[in-house]
Design a protein around this ligand. Structure first.
Ligand code: SF4
Ligand code: SF4
Length: 307
C-alpha cells in the first residue's frame, strides 16, 4: 500500500478546480515562495501548530510535556521546537495536543495510505457527479510524492471521478509523467520570467519548471496557468508581458488565472513559530489585476482574476 504525507483533506472545496471537490493537500515542498499561504505545507515533517486565539494560557500542555518543550509565561505558551523535535515529536507524542481541551494545539501532517484518503474521497461522490466536480491533489508539491498522487488519481479514474493536479511544476519528468497518466486537468503555477530572480526569491531553477510545462502541453492535458500577482515581485507590465510570452511558447492552449496576493496565511506563520516574510507588503490594486488580465487577453488567452 502506498503511503503519503498529508496535512489536510478539504471537503466541499470550490476553489481548486471545477465543481465541488475534495482537495488532498500533501506536505513537503522544495520551493520557498515568500507569499506562501500554506506554510505548514513546506516541511515534510509533522509540525506543532498553536492557535493563539484559542489558548487560555492554562498551562495544562506544559505540565504534561515530557521534553520540557513548553513553558507558560505571563503572556503566552512558549514552544521550544528544537526540544520537541529532539524528543521525536510530533508524529509520535501529541501529549500536549491531548491535554489541551480548547483545541489550541494540533499536529499538522502525518502519514496516510491511499485507502485512508480514498475513504474520505468517496463520501462525496454524489456531489462530484451533480456539480461536475472531483478530486484535486495540491500541496506542498505533488511532484515530490508522485507514487501517492498517481495512486489516488488512478483510483479516481477507475470510479469515473475527475482529477486535477495542482503543481508548481518543479520535479522530475518521471514524476510528472506518472501523475499525468491519470490527470484530467493541471493547475500549473507561473511565477517569474527571469530565471535569476526566480532562483533568488523561490530557491529553484525555473528551467526545470518550463521543461515540465512543455511536457504537460505535449501530453495534451487541459491546463490552467496560475499566476500569483505579487507587488514588487512580478506585477510590473514588463514582467507580466514576459510571462505571457512564456505562456504562449510553452502552453499556448492553456487558460490563465491570476491569483491576487493576500495575507490569509499570516496567522499560520505565527502558529508554527515562523516569521512571515512579507509583513510590509501591500495587496494588489484593482487596476493592477485588470491590467494583468488585459495583457494575457491581448495574447489570446482566456483569462480570469481569481478571488
Ligand atoms: S508534541 Fe510532545 S514533546 Fe512536543 S511539545 Fe507536545 S508534549 Fe512536548
Ligand atoms: S493546554 Fe491549550 S489552552 Fe492551555 S496553555 Fe496549552 S495550548 Fe493554551
Amino acid at each position: 500500500m502506498t503511503d503519503g504525507i498529508v496535512f489536510n483533506i478539504q471537503r466541499y472545496s470550490i476553489d481548486d478546480g471545477p465543481g465541488i471537490r475534495t482537495t488532498v493537500f500533501l506536505k513537503g515542498c522544495p520551493l520557498r515562495c515568500p507569499w506562501c499561504s500554506n506554510p505548514e505545507s513546506q516541511s515534510v515533517a509533522p509540525q506543532l501548530f498553536h492557535r493563539h486565539t484559542s489558548c487560555v494560557k492554562c498551562g495544562a500542555c506544559a505540565a504534561g510535556c515530557p521534553a520540557g518543550a513548553l513553558r507558560l509565561t505571563e503572556d503566552a505558551i512558549v514552544i521550544d521546537r528544537e526540544k520537541c523535535e529532539a524528543h521525536g515529536a510530533c508524529e509520535e507524542c501529541k501529549i500536549c495536543v491531548d491535554a489541551c481541551v480548547n483545541g489550541a494545539l494540533e499536529i499538522k501532517g502525518g502519514k496516510m495510505t491511499v485507502q485512508q484518503v480514498w475513504k474520505v474521497i468517496r463520501r462525496d461522490a454524489v456531489y462530484y457527479e451533480t456539480s461536475g466536480g472531483g478530486v484535486t491533489c495540491s500541496g506542498g508539491e505533488i511532484l515530490s510524492q508522485p507514487d501517492f498522487t498517481s495512486a489516488i488519481f488512478k483510483k479516481c479514474r477507475e470510479e469515473g471521478i475527475h482529477t486535477c493536479a495542482d503543481t508548481s511544476g518543479f520535479g522530475t519528468r518521471a514524476a510528472l509523467d506518472k501523475i499525468l497518466d491519470y490527470t484530467d486537468l493541471v493547475y500549473f503555477d507561473l511565477k517569474h520570467p527571469d530565471p535569476r530572480l526566480h532562483l533568488e526569491h523561490i530557491g529553484v531553477d525555473s528551467g526545470v519548471i518550463l521543461d515540465n510545462l512543455r511536457r504537460v502541453s505535449e501530453r495534451g492535458v487541459a491546463t490552467t496557468l496560475r499566476l500569483p500577482l505579487i507587488p514588487e515581485y512580478n506585477n510590473s507590465p514588463e514582467a507580466i508581458e514576459a510571462l505571457a510570452h512564456i505562456a504562449k511558447q510553452y502552453a499556448p492552449d492553456a487558460a490563465v488565472s491570476i491569483l491576487p496576493y493576500h495575507r490569509y496565511g499570516e496567522n499560520k506563520y505565527q502558529a508554527l513559530g515562523m516569521r512571515y516574510p512579507l509583513a510590509e507588503l501591500r495587496e494588489n490594486t484593482a487596476s493592477e489585476l485588470d491590467a494583468a488580465k488585459v495583457i494575457f487577453e491581448k495574447h489570446g488567452f482566456k483569462c480570469e482574476v481569481s478571488k
